[in-house]
Design a binder for this molecule. Sequence first.
Ligand code: PGA
Length: 252
Amino acid sequence: MARRPLIAGNWKMNCLKADGLALARGLAARIGIEATRAADVVICPPAGLVESVARAVAGSVIGVGGQDCHTVPKGAHTGDISAAMLKDLGASHVIVGHSERRKAYGESDALIRAKAEAAHAAGLVSIICIGETEAERLDGRTLEVVGGQFAGVLPGDATPDNTVIAYEPVWAIGTGRTPTDEEVAEVHHEIRALAARHLGAEVAAKLRILYGGSMNAANARQLLALEDVDGGLIGGASLQLDGFWTIIESCA
Ligand code: PGA
């Protein structure tokens, strides 16, 4: 089953407007010129830049995503943004359950699942993050932890069109360390097996499972070539046009 790779850039809390727009425009120009369709490409700027970045890439094949959303469309939730609002600003995707949010805000699997379902209700594709900590890996609990998270976050309405899973070992995020190929392949295989159990083999075969955590221009081709790795969620390396472009081209 051929799954079209997805390369998603998570800018996190980086880029003032001028830098973000320059990055987005640079990417749109390259995709326009070279017509790269080896992968779907999504960039996820901070919420305040979603609208201007969406305008900057309009007409290109690049999608724009938020980095988080609330579980309800509107209401008394100071400081939050809803999926409907992201959609209204031009987003097509939203990351939910990133480990930085799990850690900083104590987000639970149940909350993340509700956010993903809110994203779908608003017409957004959810990119749902799961992954073990270093202590859990050293304890030999990686598959148990990732499996538990997968079951906990899986939206009730998940389809290959509205849901993307991102496996991000917490200890690999922003550290320059990545698991071995065997370790990545093992977890991705397990996630697909779990997806088959929950959603059926046919749906599971179409579900995109991204790898995230210190993916960069140098290691992307090898990681993206692994079976069951259907793209990447890229943080630091998505902030540099050349490096991010190299990762996109690594899908070809
Ligand atoms: P990184 O971040 O590529 O900087 O490790 C990935 C992520 O947090 O999504």
